[in-house]
Design a protein around this ligand. Structure first.
Ligand code: MLC
Ligand code: AMP
Length: 514
């Protein structure tokens, strides 16, 4: 058996001096490489002592902490499958994920233990541990009884390492199955493409429930043996203050917008930095340009998704595959990464010429294995020749740069989080007195895009927008809640009777813009 455990590759990149600092929190706590090695060994030994079946899922809904990252690495090390869950998810959402993934282990905060454990035990989960963001909880207590030595469990490139749930345009969320090979190949590609240096220090400011913070950022630093400055929660002033000690920053566009609003952001405060990377949502050209003017740095924008990890990137340095172009072009997401095949196809399934707009399809070692227990859905999303249909709409210009111009999937990206209108509409439509609803995304200065709900009442029913929003807040993750709700007499429809969301988007596009 080959030894392609992602953890082993990350561990092999730890620096020779294990006493050096690997992670420093913005509150001043330091973890050495040895601390990471020992702590992941103890948690891995604990997981293995539970005698879980091969391929068991470890579902985790805890606040961001270094220990939460350790739990992720330990799960890889023990050869199990990590299933991260956003802390914003509420009980109905968690019940679906746990019911669908059937994890053998669930880890949650002490505060949520009551309701999470109830859901977990009902779904057949045997083990529920707690992990709080202050280094307490039963997981660490139990792990402390185990050895700090552990041999990583051999895994092949095709073995599952993680499942990331992504909502669907229709129906329920799908679990994207990512393998050790998917993530290792992507991490190595980015290490080379972004010119990671031995001396790099990453400011880790993103949540660790999704691809960006969990994989791109953590793997990026670890596979390079680089130190991380760890922020449990993003704060623009504190992030800027850390830049004197750091070299790399990764963020969704909202983080850049918020830092630009800080008077302390200037060339002097960012002089030590080597690279600013943005992704997960479109970076407005205004943000790109203003960042350049204020700091002298050109943001490198890249594009990816849960199913594929990173797909394209603007160049860090001259790219020999593209006539040595090195320009980071705002408004584009750059070139397909080495090893990634990207094509743009029309509705008829034919490749489109340079400059024409169509569906983006991709293939490569980073592309996921399929949706958890959804073979039909998986088959639908791949072409006959094995390309994954991203659902993003874009074009490739004559210089090779990819631009994303829209999405064929009905999706709102708000502050870097995905919100599927169909899910929100489903909840609204189930409310008493509601005949129908439509949720659309409109521009927002902070989050880029936010949802607006437009609702029709049943005859004789009276609906209050505040009550609809309050009801949603009780059931859904906070970032999914429409920022405004309107009760109207009718929705615009085409001749086929289909709601014309484009007209609603047009109608409400100025709501949040001054
Ligand atoms: C918070 N709120 C949001 C929101 N985040 N509303 C819309 N969209 C969001 N993203 C709302 C809350 O509901 C709450 O409203 C209020 O803002 C304050 O909540 P908070 O938790 O204090 O917010 P804050 O800490 O300011 O969070 C904002 C943020 C966060 C931008 C820091 O959303 C964030 O970290 N986003 C990054 C997401 C990310 O990592 N995406 C990567 C996905 S991977 P109320 O009404 O309750 O007060 C991916 C693939 C790829 O896409 O290519 O990378
Ligand atoms: P997720 O399912 O959360 O992984 O989100 C993936 C989606 O985010 C992609 O399919 C794109 O629609 C979007 N996305 C990621 N990066 C970018 C980017 N740089 N520009 C525009 N959209 C992006």
């Amino acid at each position: 058996m080959t030894h392609d455990n992602l953890f082993s590759a990350l561990r092999a990149a730890f620096p020779a001096d294990l006493t050096a600092v690997a992670v420093e929190t913005d509150e001043g706590l330091c973890y050495s490489w040895q601390d990471l090695d020992r702590a992941t060994a103890m948690v891995a030994n604990l997981l293995q002592s539970l005698d879980l079946p091969e391929g068991s899922r470890v579902a985790v809904q805890v606040e961001k902490s270094v220990e939460a990252m350790i739990l992720y690495l330990a799960t890889l090390r023990a050869g199990y499958v990590f299933l991260p869950l956003n802390t914003a998810y509420q009980s109905a959402e968690i019940a679906y994920f746990i019911g669908n993934a059937e994890p053998a282990v669930v880890v949650c905060s002490q505060a949520n233990f009551g309701w999470v454990s109830q859901i977990a035990f009902q779904a057949g989960t045997q083990h529920v541990f707690t992990l709080n963001d202050d280094r307490t909880g039963s997981l660490l207590e139990r792990a402390a009884q185990h050895s700090d030595q552990h041999q990583a469990v051999p895994r092949q490139a095709d073995d599952l390492a993680a499942i990331l749930y992504t909502s669907g345009t229709t129906g329920r969320s799908k679990g994207a199955m990512l393998t050790h090979g998917n993530m290792l190949s992507n991490a190595r590609t980015l290490q080379a493409y972004w010119g990671w240096k031995k001396s790099d220090v990453l400011i880790h400011a993103l949540p660790i429930f999704h691809v960006h913070g969990l994989f791109v950022a953590i793997h990026g630093a670890l596979i390079n043996g680089s130190k991380m400055i760890w922020m449990a929660k993003f704060d623009p002033q504190r992030a800027i203050a850390q830049m004197a000690k750091a070299t790399v920053f990764m963020g969704v566009p909202t983080l850049y917008v918020r830092m630009l609003a800080e008077p302390s952001l200037n060339q002097a405060n960012t002089r030590h930095m080597r690279l600013f990377i943005a992704g997960s949502a479109p970076l407005l050209i205004e943000t790109f340009t203003e960042w350049q003017q204020r700091t002298g740095h050109t943001i490198l924008e890249r594009y990816g998704m849960s199913e594929t990890a990173m797909l394209t990137s603007n160049p860090y340095a001259a790219d020999p595959r593209y006539a040595n172009q090195s320009e980071r072009r705002g408004g584009t997401v750059g070139f397909p990464l080495p090893g990634v095949h990207l094509r743009v196809r029309g509705d008829d399934g034919q490749d489109l010429p340079v400059g024409e707009i169509g569906g983006i399809e991709v293939q490569g070692p980073n592309v996921f294995k399929g949706y958890w227990r959804m073979p039909e859905k998986t088959a639908e999303e791949f072409t006959a020749d094995g390309y994954f249909k991203t659902g993003d709409v874009g074009k490739v210009d004559e210089r090779g740069y990819v631009t994303i111009v829209g999405r064929s999937k009905d999706l709102i990206i708000s502050g870097g989080y995905n919100v599927y209108p169909a899910e929100i509409e489903g909840y609204i439509n189930d409310m008493q007195g509601v005949a129908e609803s439509a949720v659309v995304g409109v521009p927002h200065p902070d989050f880029g895009e936010v949802g607006v709900a437009v609702v029709i009442a049943k005859p004789a029913a009276t609906l209050k927008p505040e009550a609809i929003v309050a009801d949603l807040k009780a059931k859904l993750a906070n970032f999914k809640i429409p920022k405004r709700c309107f009760v109207v007499a009718e929705l615009p429809r085409n001749t086929m009777g289909k709601v014309q969301k484009n007209l609603l988007r047009e109608q409400y596009k100025g709501l949040f813009l001054s």
